[in-house]
Design a protein around this ligand. Structure first.
Ligand SMILES: [Zn+2]
Length: 67
C-alpha cells in the first residue's frame, strides 16, 4: 500500500527548489515559496503546514491546531 504524498516540489532544471505545493484533506491548499518559516494553513482541518529549510535538506511539518 502506498501513501499519497501531500506535497509536491517544484524545481528548476538544475535541481534548485523554487516552491512547494501543499495538499491536505485531499485538496490543494496552496503553494509556498522555498523559504524557511513559510506556512500554509488548511481551511478544512486547521492544520498548519510549516517549512523549515536547513543547509542541505528541509522539513515540512504539520501542526494540528485544536478547534
Ligand atoms: Zn486539512
Amino acid at each position: 500500500m502506498t501513501k499519497a504524498k501531500d506535497y509536491r516540489i517544484n524545481q528548476l532544471a538544475n535541481g534548485q527548489i523554487i516552491s512547494i505545493e501543499i495538499k491536505c484533506c485531499g485538496n490543494h491548499i496552496g503553494e509556498i515559496r522555498f523559504l524557511d518559516g513559510e506556512t500554509r494553513t488548511c481551511t478544512i482541518c486547521g492544520t498548519e503546514h510549516s517549512l523549515k529549510v536547513h543547509h542541505n535538506h528541509f522539513h515540512l511539518s504539520r501542526i494540528k491546531h485544536p478547534n
